[in-house]
Design a protein around this ligand. Sequence first.
Ligand SMILES: Nc1ncnc2c1ncn2[C@@H]1O[C@H](COP(=O)(O)OP(=O)(O)OP(=O)(O)O)[C@@H](O)[C@H]1O
Ligand SMILES: CC(C)(CO)[C@@H](O)C(=O)[O-]
Ligand code: BAL
Length: 287
Amino acid sequence: MIILSTIAELRKAVVNAKSSKQSIGLVPTMGYLHEGHLTLAKNAREENDVVVMSIFVNPTQFGPNEDFESYPRDLERDTKLAASVGVDYIFAPSVEEMYPHDGGIYIRAGRQAQTLCGASRPSHFDGVLQVVAKLFNLVQPDRAYFGQKDAQQVAIIQTMVRDYNFPVELRVVPVVREGDGLAKSSRNVYLSSIERMQAPVIQQALQIAKLELMDSGDVDQALAQATKIIEDNTAGKIDYLSILTYPDLKEVDENSDQILLAAAVYIGKTRLIDNLILSLKGERIHA
Ligand SMILES: Nc1ncnc2c1ncn2[C@@H]1O[C@H](COP(=O)(O)OP(=O)(O)OP(=O)(O)O)[C@@H](O)[C@H]1O
Ligand SMILES: CC(C)(CO)[C@@H](O)C(=O)[O-]
Ligand code: BAL
């Protein structure tokens, strides 16, 4: 496996692969790898000749009071893990390498970014689209791999690919979880042992909401039950708990088909997200 830190080196590797007609799979990450990221990479390994994983804690998707500085980083450990699942290239640029110019052109995420994480992290998705668009242009992947854990991110990137005609196939990988149901996340390392015991409640609450929704079709009732589970079992503060259509992220109504149940909860100081996607064709739903 080769570690690349400059755009020039990356472009050389990409041009080489393209000239020998090799397909390229891209796995964008912010590093501090866990089984979730490695599952994306394993999928990419199975479906492409060349696998490029980017490891870049992208400053433009963090708000001023968020955890950009403290976000966990360990390139040496990541390198070993990525090699173990057959990644060919890690692209780990500096911030200066990715963003040498100030005041240039920015991409604005649309309506789908006004809710859920986009409501509490203004401009987060603009930053995500900025770095993902750059990575698509630099790597020119045949396929790019994203996790369903970041369901809103997937929906917004799908819209960018559609609206800006990026010639890439998006591959979405189901959420990889710990044994107790907690979604794997690099931010889980921030949790104290008591917080770690409480954190699976987020997924349990979403499961309860799903059962209620399938049973009664009542969105408000489903949300109320999930809220109660989280409030009774954690010291956590709910950032949002929502039921929306997916991938449009609009209010559900009786014609809704795919539905996203999504939560962001502060367990102590750590903001964790999780979701479930339901297919409700033919079920009766009322909001
Ligand atoms: N548990 C998981 N299951 C499936 N995919 C995941 C999981 N965790 C992260 N991913 C995916 O890996 C990619 C890189 O994510 P990222 O580096 O932000 O990891 P993370 O663990 O989600 O970190 P964070 O702490 O920021 O939530 C994204 O496409 C994300 O959806
Ligand atoms: C897609 C991504 C790598 C862009 O920085 C990031 O938002 C993430 O890790 O999900
Ligand atoms: N996977 C989400 C990246 C972020 O929280 O910035």
